[in-house]
Design a protein around this ligand. Structure first.
Ligand code: SAJ
Length: 407
């Protein structure tokens, strides 16, 4: 039996996937209301294919509990926030989860950590709590790092098809964990050591951050000299070895906008491109605000309450708002201007997150003259005609209405 600790964006789909593929699973989370929802067969966040996966896992006998179970394999998928000032990882959720597991696990149990951690975190924070209990790593308990790679919006497909990494001290334990993931994972599963697995995960997200930053920097350069960045990227990408990503309003989500900071925090003075990329991506919400002010001046819009922001999530077709560029704009404005809340609409966000949030698209459109498209949800792509007659600033290059403004 596998006990999955933490049933959030990663733990839940992983638990459901194992259960649907014949592995006995108990999913554990400290959040009682989340556990009751799951027991009632309700999904806890929107994601393509999740409802069906939950039904199939329930049919296969998955159990949910707030208690850690006594079993021989644990998968820890809890959040790993970072300290805003030092930029270093805060491993408190991981260490609390491991300490909880140690209270109940039998001798020889394997604890797999899926949460993203910075290189060296397992050595610095996880091994010591095992030693402190008088237990020997590799004898009384085994530690493995198997970082996830799935992309929100396509998680179910990617869980099954992506290749993945398993970092272990011991090749036999690594192979055992590989075999269990192979119950559902059709991709290649590479077994390596723990530090390599930790570093690889952070490097993957940092690679993407740097590449997005390059596109964003090009957008700023092209704007300053009246060139069309999208056309330039389109043409440049015809080169067989060039693949520039898309500029956007900033990088959100709990992965790409966080993980590179671990390298900056741990290797100050060495992580230079990484730091510059983070700064460029973090500067994009301010750039969108500047563009908005410019367009307001050009169009003679003086009343900021006639400006509306479409999209509150960090990217299209997900309900996740963590570190989203729109939230960053809200905070920037709160700091610089205060005053009336910005008007915001997102069809994916039904709960109230910020003041000034609309839940009705028509009411939102009625109340604004300038729409800033922050997220390219399918909803806006399908309803683009509803924006005709409005001034539009499209930060995602999805609007084909005449006279649309871009980054
Ligand atoms: N973005 C751009 N321009 C682009 C691509 C993305 O501005 O061309 C923005 C998005 O709008 C979003 C942010 O970047 O705000 C990140 O979105 P994403 O779709 O690139 O990635 P995430 O954060 O949803 O998921 C990433 C993935 N990592 C990589 O692609 C290397 C995923 O595979 C990881 O599992 C996930 O992080 C994670 O959990 O670490």
């Amino acid at each position: 039996m596998v006990n999955i600790i933490g049933l959030g964006y990663i733990g839940l789909p992983t638990a459901l996937m194992f259960a649907s593929h014949g592995v006995e699973v108990v999913g554990t989370d400290i959040n009682e209301s989340l556990i009751s929802k799951l027991k009632e067969g309700q999904i806890t966040f929107e994601e393509e294919g999740m409802s069906q996966l939950l039904s199939s896992a329930i049919r296969a006998g998955i159990k949910f509990s707030t208690e850690y179970q006594k079993t021989d394999m644990y998968i820890v998928a809890v959040p790993t926030p970072y300290d805003n000032v030092s930029k270093k990882i805060d491993p408190c959720f991981v260490t609390t989860a491991v300490a909880g597991v140690l209270e109940v696990c039998p001798k020889g149990a394997v604890i797999v950590i899926e949460s993203t951690v910075s290189p060296g975190t397992i050595d610095r924070f996880v091994r010591p709590i095992i030693h402190a209990k008088g237990l020997r790593v590799g004898v009384d308990v085994h530690i493995v790092h198997a970082p996830e790679r799935i992309i929100p919006g396509n998680m179910v497909y990617e869980l099954e098809h992506n290749s993945r990494t398993v970092g272990a001290d011991d090749a036999i334990v690594g192979q055992m964990v590989k075999d269990i993931y192979a119950s559902f994972c059709k991709g290649e599963i590479v077994v390596t050591d723990i530090r390599t697995a930790e570093m690889t995960k952070v490097v993957e997200n940092t690679f993407r951050d740097i590449n997005i930053a390059f596109a964003n920097e090009l957008a700023k350069i092209c704007r300053s000299d009246s060139m069309d960045v999208y056309e330039i990227i389109r043409i440049a990408n015809k080169h067989p070895r060039v693949n520039i990503l898309q500029p956007g309003p900033g990088v959100g989500g709990h992965c790409i906008s966080v993980d590179p900071w671990f390298l900056v925090g741990d290797y100050p003075g060495l992580a230079n491109i990484i730091l510059a990329a983070r700064k460029i991506n973090d500067s994009m919400p301010e750039f969108v605000l500047e563009r908005t002010r410019e367009i307001m001046r050009e169009k003679g819009i003086t009343d900021v309450s006639r400006v509306g922001f479409y999209g509150l999530t960090y990217k299209e077709n997900v309900d996740d708002v963590r570190e989203s560029p729109t939230l960053q704009i809200v905070h920037l404005r709160d700091r610089s201007l205060g005053g009336t809340p910005l008007k915001i609409f997102d069809p994916w966000v039904r709960r109230d997150i910020v003041p000034g949030q609309y839940h009705d698209f028509d009411a939102f459109l009625n109340d604004v003259d300038l729409v800033v498209i922050m997220v390219g949800h399918s909803h806006i792509r399908e309803n683009m005609h509803r924006l005709s007659g409005k001034v539009v600033l499209d930060t995602r290059k999805i609007c084909d209405l005449p006279e649309t403004y871009f980054l």
